[in-house]
Design a protein around this ligand. Sequence first.
Ligand code: TRP
Length: 460
Amino acid sequence: MAQTDTASRGNWNSKLGFILAAAGSAVGLGNIWGFPTQVASNGGAAFLFIYLICAFAIGFPVMVAEITIGRRTGKNPVGAFNALSGNKFLYSLIGMWGVLCGVMILAFYTVIAGWTVSYVFEELFHFIGMNGWATYVADTNNGIINAIFAAIFMSATVSIIVGGVSDGIERATKFMMPLLLVILLVLIGYVLWQPGSGVGIEAYLFPDFSKVDASLIFSAMGQAFFSLSLGMGALITYGSYLSKKENIPEAAAYVTLMDTFIAFLAGLLILPAMYMAQAQGVAIFDKAGHLLAGTALIFKVLPQLFHQLGGVLGLIFGVAFFLLLSIAALTSTISLLEVPVSYAIDEYNFPRKRSAQLIGLGILIISLFISFNISLIGVFVTIFNNVGLPLGGFLICTFLGYYWKTENAIAEMESGYPSVKQTIFSKVWPFFVKVICPLAILYNLLNALGAISYLQNLFG
Ligand code: TRP
């Protein structure tokens, strides 16, 4: 099969570089904001428990599948499905669907990422007593402010992608990921000593299994796909820069573990911080008695906590928290932009710099539209994230399992992992890719679309 000259497209310099870049893609707003928020509104540890099953039983096998397809073909998602199917248009649609989902996710993600930066300024303005300015930049309903910060964030993303795979993405993530971990640990260390935080730990780690139902399982699966950056070919793309010397299942295991660990840590920060805020007199429940979640949690409850703490302490805590979110978001947006950029480079021979700038600008235009119509975020999340990513994962698994065949994938894994055929992994993984993952995803998707209850009513 034709393999692209990987040297001209770029390559990871080291195994650690790949793992940090892939973990950087995975660790994002989904971990530090999405995960704790979902835990808070879905029965604490009950959600955590279901989430772990989704991440390891569905996410991990799909991740191995994506990286293997990427490394085998050395291509972007569209090129990869073309290469493996002998240019059958039908199969390249899987890659195109992925690129479309990535573009749309990046469009709304950039607006939210912009907020995390505007709140760094909010904290600074608040500290120096410029309260008018603080309120002004903190208004997430202000289209102009949203647009400005989205544009800043997109520029940062483009500037890293322009640098290329090893000098841009790898270098940036090698610096940002350790920084992210340090900030997170310091914040947790502080919060856990504060009054009220113990109740938060309880809310986080004591399961309420009565909350487990089909919709919770669907949310947990969607969250796992989003958090692990699966279903749209980001890891096909990152895998295409991976050396034949590396062990794919091992690398995927590291990435899954790191992502899950950081989501878990973020829960240890956010839930205790909420109860700490409550101890300071901040309201953390809505009228219906549910814990506040989503934007209300991140951009109302927590800033109120930082302001209550006041002084230099409040400033440091607030700035560090929003910086943490910004860094996590940036290592994720670069993976989202790299997908369409690698598509333009591979398929249209476009130079990297021009591709990154033009595609970044094109996506920013969608972001600007969203900036002025914030309610669109929910629509985008439903279509491209909750449905689009699992659907992509389903197509990737069935393509690999029944068209390309798992034996060929295992053969690709042999480079970098020569003994793979003698392991249980090589017996279990094909079964997951062919049966468990597609069925679990399909069941969940049909459930979410209401098809299952429709059939039950029909036959019940
Ligand atoms: N995983 C990131 C997060 O948790 C978001 C993300 C980055 C993503 N790249 C992706 C989601 C590719 C889906 C597909 O915030």
